[in-house]
Design a protein around this ligand. Structure first.
Ligand code: NAP
Ligand code: FE
Length: 366
């Protein structure tokens, strides 16, 4: 019997070269003035900023640029961005970049129209946000189709998500030309993040027939790109496949959420400075070995679209791509596992998981 489910994906996705310019009418009615949220390099290097400015100009819409987004968004950067949005009287938000500018833009869209303390922001105590248009320049987070924004919270010394249906962008423009300026490392790490989303999604209690279908396609597209991910030489078709795989992974986690791989990865980023996708890559193989012991059928079904015959083989492939996690002390292992076991994702796994299991996963990934 097929499990009951609901599926909600309210983002209009427009894919193809030059889609930002060719579909300028899509954002003509979203507002009079946009705040364009970017980091320091990706919006310009990718060519996306020039394209959106041409589109806005064609529509006679005004804009201002806030380029204060930083990797692993800080609370200061989102509150500063919200001040910019208010000062500029922006009535909609455009995000250009990887997960960091996109997640920054979501928090800005909320804070521009709600006076919120940090506590209320993390408690998701808001009901509205400015409308958003998202243009990813990495292929990994899928933030353009999710209701999550992951921010750095120094109070808990880790990263923490805000989550609300009002955080879904209105439109996501997927143009793989914007990914061509990405470095090899960012391409690899973001692809591993997308893989992690799709694999983790299939392991959740909330997985359903549609999210699994999307996850399987996402995983198989990444598998097709393995030779390029190994060599660092990407055709345009590879770029397109990875961008679609990322968006599919985003649609998966929008339904299912992630599991403890993401929760364990956050301390690696916070304390060791590991890029988000790299942190997941360190852990995903060992986590699948744990799943295989608990539920071999689930592990086999999840690894099939990647072509791995066992979790061990999957772990080896990931190790070839990203290496093994850096050494941790016994105390660090305990702390990381403790932190991860307090997150929502910890409870999201479809097989039984104890905090001690995470210690085992961590030890197995070093
Ligand atoms: P990122 O932090 O957005 O970007 C990494 C680096 O790559 C930055 O220096 C960035 O430049 C640069 N870059 C990006 N695109 C480029 C391009 N096309 N050409 C040249 N340089 C480029 O990396 P990310 O992996 O995409 O995002 C990671 C963040 O997303 C983490 O904070 C993670 O927690 C979050 N995340 C969110 C979700 C979600 O559902 N919301 C899911 C997973 C992960 P700039 O300085 O210009 O930005
Ligand atoms: Fe992620």
């Amino acid at each position: 019997m097929i499990k009951d489910f609901s599926f909600y994906m309210p983002v209009k996705v427009i894919f193809g070269p030059r889609c930002v310019l060719n579909n300028a009418s899509e954002y003509a009615a979203l507002g009079k003035k946009a705040l364009i949220v970017t980091g320091k390099t990706s919006a310009k290097a990718s060519g996306a900023l020039d394209d959106i400015i041409l589109g806005l100009t064609k529509n006679a819409q005004e804009y201002a640029v806030y380029d204060g987004s930083v990797p692993n968004p800080s609370l200061k950067s989102v509150y500063d961005g919200a001040e910019a949005a208010k000062r500029e009287k922006a009535d909609f938000i455009i995000a250009i970049g990887g997960g960091s500018p996109m997640d920054t833009a979501k928090a800005i869209a909320v804070l521009a129209v709600n006076d919120l303390s940090e506590e209320r922001l993390f408690a998701n105590d808001y009901k509205n946000a400015l409308p958003m248009v998202f243009i990813p320049t990495t292929a990994g987070t899928g933030s353009e189709v999710t209701q999550y924004s992951v921010l750095t919270n120094d109070k808990i010394e880790s990263k923490q998500s805000i989550s609300s249906p009002v955080l879904f962008p209105k439109i996501a423009f997927l143009d793989a030309r914007y990914c061509e300026s990405m470095s090899y490392k960012t391409t690899l790490y973001t692809a591993v993040d997308a893989l992690s989303h799709s694999v983790e999604g299939m392991l959740t209690k909330r997985a359903n027939i549609i999210s699994d279908t999307l996850a399987e396609k996402s995983i198989s597209l990444i598998r097709e790109c393995l030779p390029s991910l190994r060599s660092g030489s990407f055709s345009f078709e590879d770029r397109e496949k990875l961008l679609i795989a990322s968006a599919l992974g985003g649609m998966v986690i929008a339904q299912t959420g992630t599991v403890a791989v993401h929760s364990l990865g956050y301390p690696f980023t916070y304390y060791k400075g590991a890029d988000h996708g790299l942190a997941n890559g360190y852990l995903l193989g060992a986590f699948m070995e744990f799943i295989e012991k608990k539920d071999p059928a689930l592990a086999a079904r999840t690894l099939l679209p990647f072509g791995s015959k066992s979790a061990r083989e999957f772990k080896k492939t990931l190790e070839e791509l990203v290496g093994r996690a850096p050494a941790l002390t016994g105390q660090e292992i305990e702390e990381y596992a403790q932190k991860a076991s307090k997150t929502k994702n910890f409870l999201n796994l479809s097989v039984e998981l104890m905090p001690g299991d995470l210690v085992g996963v961590l030890k197995n990934s070093l």
